[in-house]
Design a protein around this ligand. Sequence first.
Ligand SMILES: [Mn+2]
Length: 429
Amino acid sequence: MNDDGAKAVAPFRVLHSSDWHLGAQLAGRRRHEEQRAFLDWLTETLRREAVDCLVVAGDIFDTTVPTNQAQRLLYDFLVSVARGGACRHVVLVAGNHDSVSFLEAPRQLLGALDIHVVAEIGEGPEDDVFVLDDASGRPALIVGAVPYLRDRDMRRQAAGETAADKERLLLEGIAAHYAKIGRRAEALRAAERGRSGRRLPILLTGHLFAAGGRTALDDGVRELYVGSLGRVPREVFPAAADYVALGHLHAAQTVAGDPGVRYSGAPLALGFGEAGRERQVLRVDFAEGGPVVEAIAVPVFQRLARIEGNLAELGREVAALVADGESVLVELRYTGDEIVPDLAARMEDLVEGSAVELLRVLNPRALAQLLPDGRERLSLGELEPAEVFERCLEENEVPAEQREELRLCFAEIVAALQAHDAGDGDATT
Ligand SMILES: [Mn+2]
């Protein structure tokens, strides 16, 4: 090693995360403390790991109109990262939960801090593909930032389209966009090779449901696109990409077994269904022979527990949690045979004065007793819209051959409502 700048350059290091869902609540309970603890941990991790660039692949916020507290979480974090020098660049892309206009608004301001925000596709690919430099000021990484691609951005709706047409056109639109971004990235790579002879790695982002992806029930993932639409095959991502940083699925996973195309997963459990799953962020080193990916475990900042059982079992498990003395948020489901109408009150008595919080007490037997046909019922709040629709189909004995088309129509209506929720700038209408 010498001092004339010729010393070995460390590989450019990216930290890939996604699906923070800042402002997300759990059964109506706010979770800002936990979200702040994660961001504090992340700042520390960026510094400790000497990360050059943080990439967040969508769903920064949980809702299109984040609370002031949720906004503050993000901006405090970004300032501490930028001012404190925790890492050199930050790339934020929008997910399906984010409002395009909300993320776009501070774009210029954040740009001054070397924080790149891409909330919607630009006028041309040159807007979304850029080169990041390393600590010595040399070009080091080409980023093709692709946010969540909304159906309406991809194509024009045509009257009389069948569901299959829609699916095909949407996937074609997504593929065409990635191809365009890939070509632009390759052009920048060729230009740099011409200048310096160096091959720059290419990182692409995405917020979508890749084909074969795993999700878990109640893991907070909102169904994207329409019905089964938008299961994006691996081949859509250009071969020129060294790494594809994905968001949307909350469980960390690779796509089609490719270690260079992957989901970091959400850093915090967003539903009780995710309780207990290991969380991670991904450290990606762009070395000579290709990217080297290492998972860094995210600590548990708030314990969650889901307990099922008869009265004795619930009592025993709750008592054990109380004895632990640790803060834990709990969902209880009673599965015993006898009717216990005062279950919630009984359980509340057990946890009184402890660090155990019962966020949800499900008592389907007692509910069934109150209903005329005596069947076990779930409350609406426990079901996703698609599940409610499924039950309607069942209830009305809709013939099987009609169901698929009806499901797609229903999913399309729900997607349209959600897009309207996300209504850029006209959230009040
Ligand atoms: Mn998400």
